[in-house]
Design a binder for this molecule. Sequence first.
Ligand SMILES: N[C@@H](CCC[C@H](N)C(=O)O)C(=O)O
Length: 280
Amino acid sequence: MRFTKMHGLGNDFVLVNCFKEEVEEPSKLATKICDRNFGVGADGLVLILPSQLDEADFRMRIFNPDGSEPEMCGNAIRCFARYLFERGLTDKLNINVETLAGIIKPQLIVNNDKVELVKVDMGEPRLKRSRIPMVGEEQDQVVGAEINVAGQEVEVTCVSMGNPHCIIFVDDIKKAPVEELGPKVEVHDAFPEDINVEFIEVVNDTEIEMRVWERGAGVTLACGTGACASTVACILNNLTANKLTVHLLGGDLVIEWDANNNHVYMSGPATEVFTGDWKL
Ligand SMILES: N[C@@H](CCC[C@H](N)C(=O)O)C(=O)O
């Protein structure tokens, strides 16, 4: 099976073109191919598929290294769009992609035939508890709410970008308890579908530092949906302006929550690393 290894700011993926390859058990394949010792090594397996929907050009499925299937992945969809364009699967610069989080719209910014950046219309953030999902009063927003994590009160803001995110503000990002608190919050009873956990230090009005513990993956160098959810969380808490540079371990994303249409936009790079043949 032919595959392509790509990354968005070090959040890395194995992409398989299912117009040419057949993947029978994607969840099982993800656990094997994402393994960093016995496989290719990646934060996710991405399948490139045709869409049956009139409004969509292609369909993206993504699987976490633990085999679970999340609704969306921000860094993967930039890689997905670049792959489609550079492999000639489309000549469109604005692509409509069917995902479990709805239709997501990447736009390729091309210079001299080279994809320089991908700007993605990530759609509207979901703010009600029932849409995160989180237990409790369905219609409420979760802004500065307290949850008890192993005997410790933790203040959280929760936002869904199609997939769920729990944002925790910290004073010093270098001391953020990503590996201690992250896995406990991920599987907390309050979150019936588990949750991605972002630790945020607000640097100033237009910049934040972020570290992430991803559902089904653990620590990663970047998370696109997480950067979008964290930007929304900063704005809901009146901490920043509506357009931010999000500094991640793997590099920077620019995120804007547009007040005119309530959509969140993410801009960042997508990089191809190598292609290979999977033999197992
Ligand atoms: N790294 C991704 C998010 C991948 C899915 C996530 N682990 C989940 O389970 O929701 C991104 O860039 O958005």
